[in-house]
Design a protein. Structure first.
Length: 163
């Protein structure tokens, strides 16, 4: 398999990664970059567990060729908290609302919510539902997750402004 080098910005830092040319973004992030917060659920674009943000847009990293992020900015769940370890408001609100059980889906929900809030800091409940509609949770259900994002959108976490 032909090797290529992908240069991109990962969680705010420039990186250069050598990969097989047909590598998925999901695999490059987890294996070459060692960031295992991004999960594989279905592998076919149905569950959202692999969601990351590329140039401000939430994408399913299982469907994206790693080579395509050359020159772009990629944010994973490892990149949302502050350097001192303070959780992002979305993460904190998910904890406060008991909006996870096994947690396998949670990184994907966090990234979809972040992508929404970066574009629209005060979405309606319906806008939140639409933004999270590509993310599946098999154990918690959706009400607490939507409530968590709504709490952030309402300004409840304004003392922890979203990045
Ligand atoms: Fe990518 Fe399910 S693993 S959408
Ligand atoms: Fe288990 Fe969502 S918390 S799949």
């Amino acid at each position: 398999m032909k090797k290529i080098t992908v240069n991109f910005v990962l969680n705010g830092k420039p990186v250069s990664v050598e990969i097989d040319e047909n590598r998925r973004l999901l695999d490059m992030l987890r294996e070459e970059c060692g960031l295992t917060g991004t999960k594989e659920g279905c592998g076919v674009g149905e569950c959202g567990a692999c969601t990351v943000i590329v140039d401000g847009e939430a994408v399913n990293s299982c469907l994206v060729l790693a080579a395509s992020v050359g020159g772009k900015s990629v944010m994973t769940v490892e990149g949302v908290q502050k350097p001192d370890g303070t959780l992002d408001p979305v993460q904190q609100a998910i904890l406060d609302n008991h909006a996870l059980q096994c947690g396998y889906c949670t990184p994907g929900f966090v990234m979809s919510a972040k992508a929404l809030l970066m574009k629209n800091p005060h979405p309606t409940r319906d806008e939140i539902r639409v933004a999270l509609s590509g993310n599946l949770c098999r154990c918690t259900g959706y009400e607490q997750i939507i409530q968590a994002v709504e709490d952030v959108a309402s300004g409840k976490y304004n003392e922890m402004p979203a990045k």
